[in-house]
Design a protein around this ligand. Structure first.
Ligand code: MRU
Length: 346
């Protein structure tokens, strides 16, 4: 149903190729990234975004940034691996998929050196590991969709509300929150999606609406402040959202506004499902209170897309994520199955 490849190897295998998500929906353009600074900048500016996608981008980007340095003395290359890994790891703080993927790459590097690998063999091992991260992410998306579908079986025509973008653009596969939507459409079932616009960077209206309409799936955009009225009106079978980090107790960090949606869904008796791959679970975080929440430039709230939306000198607060308490989550769906409260991912 969807053939979007938001993050992958360039065909020549020497660069990280991404869809530049800052230019959507106006323009579908790709970027090839080869240096650590380019990779960090692309993640920081949300050219590549969504928790699973930045994990994959971190893994492939790390390898691409190391390739030109294969002829360096071994200690210099080893120091470079750590330096690049540290920079990429720190590009954004909330999605645990990024440190998860980078740490996995460092373990692969360590294992290769212990096995006596020279520089070329080290980079071969890292390339294989990054490709595994990419392929596994794609497979996890599909499994998430398969596990979620039975939860959404009730109505002939499926109607869901989603927030931000947890679709193909945010992963290397068919997405997380949107995976059951794509699978339902694939099987011929009628499905319609309400997409929160997702202020201030509009991932819902720019990205979710773009990829769903491209796939021929009916999508209706609403401003974020319309969601509660929509849920009260009725007709929405479920709220489906992704996650950037899930704490051991089931608290969920996701795009800011997710918490408000969960509160409204609970009040109106609409099931609220979080869909995420196992790489998004952080057993080292006991509760949501320990999840680092990225604060972005207040200028993103005061204006954007070429237009001032507030006086230039007014104060603005811009947390990129919020935490939804586990108590408001009907179930969490991962590639391993459906998890119900009480959650214990420790
Ligand atoms: O700031 P973004 O656009 O990277 O935020 C993305 C989200 O909040 C997504 O819902 C989350 O990463 C899950 S994507 C499968």
């Amino acid at each position: 149903v969807t053939a979007i490849e938001s993050v992958r190897w360039s065909p020549s295998g020497d660069a990280l190729r991404i869809i530049d998500q800052t230019r959507l929906p106006a323009e579908l353009a790709e970027l090839d990234l080869r240096t650590v600074d380019e990779v960090v900048e692309a993640i920081r500016t949300l050219a590549v975004r969504g928790a699973p996608a930045i994990g994959v981008a971190g893994a492939i980007g790390l390898v691409a940034s190391l390739l030109p340095h294969v002829a360096e003395p071994t200690p210099a290359l080893d120091a470079r691996v750590l330096g690049h890994a540290r920079a990429i790891r720190a590009a954004r703080p909330t999605a645990v998929n990024l440190p998860w993927a980078v740490d996995r790459m460092l373990r692969a590097a360590d294992a290769a050196r212990r096995a006596g690998a020279g520089n070329a063999a080290l980079l071969d091992a890292l390339r294989a590991e990054a490709t595994a991260v990419l392929d596994e992410d794609r497979a996890m998306c599909r499994r998430i969709g398969e596990h979620a579908l039975p939860l959404l079986a009730g109505s002939a025509e499926l109607s869901v509300l989603t927030h931000c973008n947890a679709g193909a653009l945010a992963t290397s596969g068919i997405g997380t929150a949107l995976a059951p939507v794509y699978l339902a459409a694939e099987s011929g079932r009628r499905v319609a999606v309400w997409a929160d616009e997702t202020r201030p960077l509009l991932q819902g209206s720019r990205l979710t609406a773009w990829e769903l309409s491209r796939a021929g799936i009916p999508v209706t955009v609403i401003a974020d402040n319309m969601a509660a009225a929509l849920l009260r009106r009725g007709g929405v079978d479920a709220v489906l959202v992704g996650a950037d980090r899930i704490a051991a107790n089931g608290d969920v960090a996701n795009k800011v506004g997710t918490y408000a949606l969960a509160l409204a869904a609970r009040h109106h008796g609409v099931p609220f499902y979080v869909l995420a791959p196992w790489s998004t679970f952080d057993p080292a975080c006991p509760t949501g209170a320990e999840i680092p929440i990225e604060e972005r430039d207040p200028a993103e709230v005061r204006g954007g897309f070429g237009r001032a939306t507030a006086p230039a000198d007014v104060a603005a607060w811009n947390p990129a994520f919020d935490v939804t308490p586990a108590a408001l989550v009907t179930a969490i769906v991962s590639d391993r199955g459906v998890h119900r409260p009480p959650y214990d991912f420790g």
